[in-house]
Design a binder for this molecule. Structure first.
Ligand code: HH2
Length: 247
C-alpha cells in the first residue's frame, strides 16, 4: 500500500502532493513501482494534528481518487463517513479507517475495510498510551471490530495495530515483536511503520527523510512474520525487499 497524502501538514510528505496534478502523478508513480493499493488521505493524523472540515477533505481527495481509479486500486484514508462515502462513490474500493468505526459505510458499498487501532483522537492520543498488555488489548479490540464488521456484511476486512497511534516506542516494538499474535487471528494484517518517529528514535534520531533503512527493516520483519500488507511511503525499495523475503 503506497501512501499518498494530499495534505499540507502530513509528518513526512506534507505539502508535496497538495496540488491535484502532482498528487495523481505521484499515485501513478507508486503504482508503477509496484504498489497494489494507493492510499489517498486528506487529513494528517500525526500526533497533535488539527482536524480538517469535511468539505476541505472532500476537495482534497475526491478529484485525485477519480483520476486514479481504473489505473490502480485506491483506498481512502479517513475518519469521516461522508468522505468515505464520496471516495467509494468515486471508485475507491477500500476504506482505510483509522477510527475503526466506518464498517457500515464499507458494507453498504461492498468495499474492503481496514480497522486500525487508536485511542482518543490524533490531537489527544499520546495521553492514552497506557496498557497492561498492549498486544493483547490491541488484538482484542481489533478482533471485536472485525467481528462487528463481518456481521454488518463487510467481506474484506483488514486489521492494523496502528503503530504510533496512542503508542510509545516500547508499545510499537512489542506490537512488531509479537505481530504473529495478530496474524494468528486469521484476519489479514496491515501494518504502517514507514518513516514513523519511533524509527527515527531507534536509529540515532534520524530525520524523517532519513528513515528508509529503518522502515525497510520494519517492513521485512512484518512480512516475514506473515503480515499481508505494509503501508509505506517508499514503494520501490519496499517492493524489492518484499520480493527477496518472498523468494
Ligand atoms: N498511519 C498514518 C496514517 N494512516 N493508516 C493505517 N491503516 N495504518 C497506519 O499506520 C497509518 C494510517 C500516519 O502516517 P502518514 O499518512 O504518513 O502521516 P499523516 O497522518 O501525518 O498524514
Amino acid at each position: 500500500m503506497g501512501v499518498l497524502n494530499v495534505t499540507p501538514d502530513s509528518f513526512s510528505d506534507g505539502g508535496c502532493w497538495l496540488d491535484p496534478e502532482a498528487a495523481v502523478a505521484h499515485g501513478l508513480a507508486l503504482a508503477s513501482e509496484g504498489a497494489d493499493v494507493v492510499d489517498v488521505g486528506g487529513e494528517s493524523t500525526r500526533p497533535g494534528a488539527v482536524a480538517v472540515t469535511v468539505d476541505e477533505e472532500l476537495r482534497r481527495v475526491v478529484p485525485v481518487i477519480s483520476a486514479l481509479v481504473g489505473r490502480v486500486r485506491v483506498s481512502v484514508d479517513t475518519r469521516k463517513a461522508e468522505v468515505a462515502e464520496a471516495a467509494l462513490a468515486a471508485g475507491a474500493t477500500i476504506v482505510n479507517d483509522v477510527s475503526a468505526t466506518l464498517h457500515e459505510v464499507a458494507a453498504a458499498h461492498g468495499a474492503g475495510w481496514v480497522a486500525m487501532h487508536m485511542r482518543g483522537t490524533p490531537a489527544t492520543m499520546q495521553q492514552h498510551a497506557v496498557y497492561d498488555d498492549v498486544v493483547a488489548e490491541v488484538r482484542e479490540f481489533l478482533v471485536q471490530r472485525a467481528e462487528k464488521a463481518a456481521a454488518a456484511g463487510v467481506g474484506e476486512i483488514w486489521i492494523d495495530p496502528g503503530l504510533g497511534f496512542a503508542k510509545t516506542t516500547d508499545h510499537n516494538l512489542s506490537l512488531l515483536r509479537r505481530v504473529d499474535e495478530l496474524v494468528a487471528t486469521g484476519i489479514p494484517v496491515l501494518i504502517g511503520a514507514s518513516r514513523k518517529s519511533f524509527i527515527g528514535r531507534l536509529t540515532g534520531d534520524a530525520a524523517v527523510d532519513d528513515r528508509l533503512e529503518g522502515s525497510l527493516a520494519a517492513a521485512v520483519w512484518a512480512i516475514d512474520k506473515g503480515v499481508a500488507m505494509v503501508r509505506v511511503h517508499d514503494v520501490r525499495p519496499t517492493v524489492q525487499a518484499a520480493r527477496l523475503v518472498a523468494a
